[in-house]
Ligand binder design. Structure first.
Ligand SMILES: C[S@@+](CC[C@H](N)C(=O)[O-])C[C@H]1O[C@@H](n2cnc3c(N)ncnc32)[C@H](O)[C@@H]1O
Length: 251
């Protein structure tokens, strides 16, 4: 599959787009002159944020790191620690490293619950989208009023980075891409489908688990689809959701 990514600009090459294209060593693409068929995905600054687009969403739409609370989530800070994710992370946990940040939805939910978050992402494309999301988060009134610092982002392979963290986190959270067994449901999954198209499965997830077990202070939490074998053998605890599971390994 052609999964080439380009930075797109609509009229004049904006400074912001140009800087991103240079930083990421990506071609710039002018919609009025470039043959867009040469690219499968695009990054574009629109509506005040950085968006990932495919050819269908090139003119309108696109995916962005959503910094708003999830549907049904309480809009208070800190949000209640009562869902399966919070139970898996554990009552004594203060600091968490999310070693597979992706669209940062789990990281952001944990941040809103009040955990100290450090994020790792190895895809430069996802890292650019996450950075943009965290910058927008820093501008939110509830974040500024409480003088909260948005999660920090480390860009690179967590298998290497976890061995060099400045402080040992209580918990390391892993949500690698597992091979897909069932068709994913519509809207919310579009973001994961596009991630899979660009990045493929995370084939080194076993090595990532081993690195996490070495680096975590108290526990490693692995989010898996319900059909997948536990990444580290029998977990100490497991929290079963509808289609997914959080396996907990104490270090
Ligand atoms: C399934 S997504 C994570 C989704 C995320 N939990 C969320 O809430 O949006 C997996 C992400 O982890 C990243 N990833 C996988 N293995 C990694 C590694 N060893 N180091 C850094 N990032 C990794 C992939 O690039 C991908 O963006």
């Amino acid at each position: 599959m052609n999964n080439t990514v380009s930075v797109v600009y609509l009229d004049q090459p904006e400074r912001q787009s140009k800087a991103l294209a240079e930083r990421m060593n990506m071609p710039m693409c002018d919609l009025s002159t470039t043959d867009v068929e040469a690219y499968a995905f695009f990054l574009s600054y629109r509506d005040g944020c950085l968006k990932l687009l495919d050819r269908q969403t090139l003119k309108k739409g696109g995916l962005t790191v959503d910094i708003e609370p999830r549907p049904g989530e309480q809009h208070s800070y800190p949000a209640p620690k009562k869902d399966l994710l919070a139970q898996a992370v554990g009552k004594k946990t203060i600091s968490i490293v999310d070693a597979t940040t992706g669209w940062a939805q789990d990281s952001l939910a944990l941040f809103r619950m009040g955990y100290q978050m450090t994020c790792i992402e190895r895809s430069a494309i996802m890292a650019a989208l996450i950075e943009d999301g965290f910058q927008r988060l820093a501008q939110k009134e509830w974040v500024r009023n409480r003088q909260l610092t948005p999660p920090s982002l480390l860009v690179g392979n967590a298998i290497e980075l976890l061995g060099n963290l400045p402080e040992q986190p209580d918990c390391i959270y892993l949500d690698p891409m597992f091979p897909q067994k069932r068709k994913q449901s519509a809207a919310t999954r579009k973001s994961m489908a596009i991630l899979r198209d660009i990045l493929g499965d995370d084939l080194d997830r076993q090595a990532l688990f081993d690195a996490a077990m070495q680096a975590a202070g108290r526990r490693v939490v692995v989010k898996s689809p319900d059909y997948a074998e536990p990444l580290g053998g029998k977990p100490h605890e497991s929290y079963q959701g509808k289609l997914l599971r959080y396996d907990v390994y104490l270090t």
